[in-house]
Design a protein around this ligand. Sequence first.
Ligand code: SAH
Length: 216
Amino acid sequence: MDYSIARRRMVAQHVVARGIHDEELIHVMEELPRHLFVEEALQSQAYTDYALPIGEKQTISQPYMVAIMTQSLELKRSDRVLEIGTGSGYQAAVLSRLVTHVYSVERIANLARRARRVLDKIGCSNVHIQVCDGTSGWGEQAPFDAIVVTAGAPDIPQHYLQQLEIGGRLVIPVGGSGAQILKRVTRVSENHFDYEDILECRFVPLIGKHGWSQTS
Ligand code: SAH
């Protein structure tokens, strides 16, 4: 099945028409086969602007959300990026086409395994995946130029702030379990952080030591 027409339409209607202007990102989303990141029965829905189930009660984020989060990171080619919540691997794949190194953490081994398979298939060898609780970041690989958290946190975990390079950007949904505010935090200097609200959003919970507890 050739999805390239559906994919271009999706990018035009749900990404460009809603104000995304980063040309390189738009190009990457026009080319990247999002349908490979969802199970076969859902592939025909891969180019609608919805989050879709990926098993284990998790979802692949809606395309517009991936676009606004990525654009908000203001990436440069040489950046090292940390993603929390590999999920399907789609966001990691978008990042991998824009920067040199992507580090992605997923707490559910099954999802990480599936994501690895798809990323290998489409040649995203610059994505490094670790299976663990990502609420402490990835200390061994820090600092990062950008950190993107693709699950909703009750508060901003301190480790993410500490693992940002000076000038680095963190994009994270923060708030209650029903809805969150997507925030961007820029590390202006060693001890000074600038906070901005981007938009309201709805993510699955960030579960772990510095996130929500498993049962909440
Ligand atoms: N970026 C993903 C979206 C996945 S949904 C994509 O493009 O498909 C969020 C993911 O965060 C889920 O897979 C969930 O298992 C994971 N997650 C939740 N809490 C986590 C934690 N503490 N550490 C790592 N991953 C976590």
